[in-house]
Design a protein around this ligand. Structure first.
Ligand code: RIB
Length: 287
């Protein structure tokens, strides 16, 4: 079994739960407010580290109280933070989340996550080896994704790219990653509403997550793995839990269909409490 290396964002989530959304120029009263650690990268690292050892995070925080909170939280969750940078005179990333009618709307202000650059990341990724699994998302600069994918494909490392939030993806990057895990809205944008065709053209690579419905992929005989239904409290971080758990299962050499089933199960736990990381399961929960 190799290492799991998450390269990505680490932020603090500022969350408002409300039963009314304001129109432009309008003020409304919300229900509750809370803050908790988030960021798609950190969420994925913690999802993996609750299910497996040897999980590393490469990322950056600001030199502020949030930065220390993010690092402490990663450490408490069994993530190795040796490769995390602290950026002087910069704020840690924040995500401004509105919870409304069982779903979320998120605005991310990247702050220190903008410093997860090729120059900062490549020397760190060189410490890892062939067979290790890298997970990335898109709350860090695009150049970093390109540089890491090129390095990894030349050095026998495997890459899961979670293309969230959406931005256009160079076809060369799609061809070089091992697994691509958009959700339904990201895949509609990436493949111009031709997802079925894309699944067939990218067998064993494209995995489209569909929330409670599960996930679709193509392996010559199978298109869909059903999800697990649970009562929804907060869906924030469900996709991140899926990606972290998927990396763990693939690192354990599970067949892709079994790995997706494992990831669906983990994601179903994550929606049963508030916060992106609040209900991410531990190994004993899934066993
Ligand atoms: O995927 C959920 C995450 O997206 C939140 O934790 C928030 O930080 C945003 O980045």
């Amino acid at each position: 079994m190799g290492n799991i290396v998450v390269i990505g964002s680490a932020s603090i989530d500022l969350v408002v739960k409300t039963s009314v959304l304001p129109n432009t120029g309008e003020t409304v009263m919300g229900d509750t407010f809370f803050t908790n650690p988030g960021g798609k990268g950190a969420n994925q690292a913690i999802a993996a580290a609750r299910l497996s050892d040897k999980v590393y995070m490469i990322g950056a925080v600001g030199e502020d109280a949030h930065g220390q909170q993010i690092i402490d939280n990663l450490k408490q969750n069994n993530v190795d933070t040796y490769f995390m940078d602290t950026i002087k005179n910069e704020n840690s990333g924040t995500a401004h989340i509105t919870l409304y009618e069982n779903d979320n709307r998120i605005i991310v202000v990247p702050g220190a996550n903008n410093y997860v650059t090729p120059e900062n990341v490549l020397p760190k990724i060189k410490q890892f080896q062939a067979g290790d699994i890298i997970i990335m998302q898109q709350e860090i600069p695009e150049d970093t994704i390109t540089a890491v994918v090129n390095y990894a494909s030349n050095h026998g490392m495997k890459v899961i790219l979670n293309p969230a939030p959406y931005r256009p993806l160079n076809p060369e990057i799609i061809s070089k990653v091992d697994w691509l895990t958009p959700n339904e809205s990201e895949s509609q944008l990436l493949f111009n509403h031709k997802e079925t065709q894309a699944l067939a053209q990218l067998p064993n690579k494209l995995i489209i997550t569909q929330g409670a419905l599960g996930a679709s992929f193509y392996n010559d005989s199978q298109y869909h793995i059903d999800g697990y239904r649970r009562d929804v409290i907060d869906t924030t971080g469900a996709g991140d839990t899926f990606n972290g758990a998927l990396a763990v299962a693939l690192n354990e050499n599970k067949a892709l269909a079994d790995a997706i089933d494992f990831a669906n199960l983990a994601a179903s736990f994550s929606i049963t409490d508030y916060g992106a990381q609040g209900a991410m399961p531990y190994r004993k929960d899934l066993d």
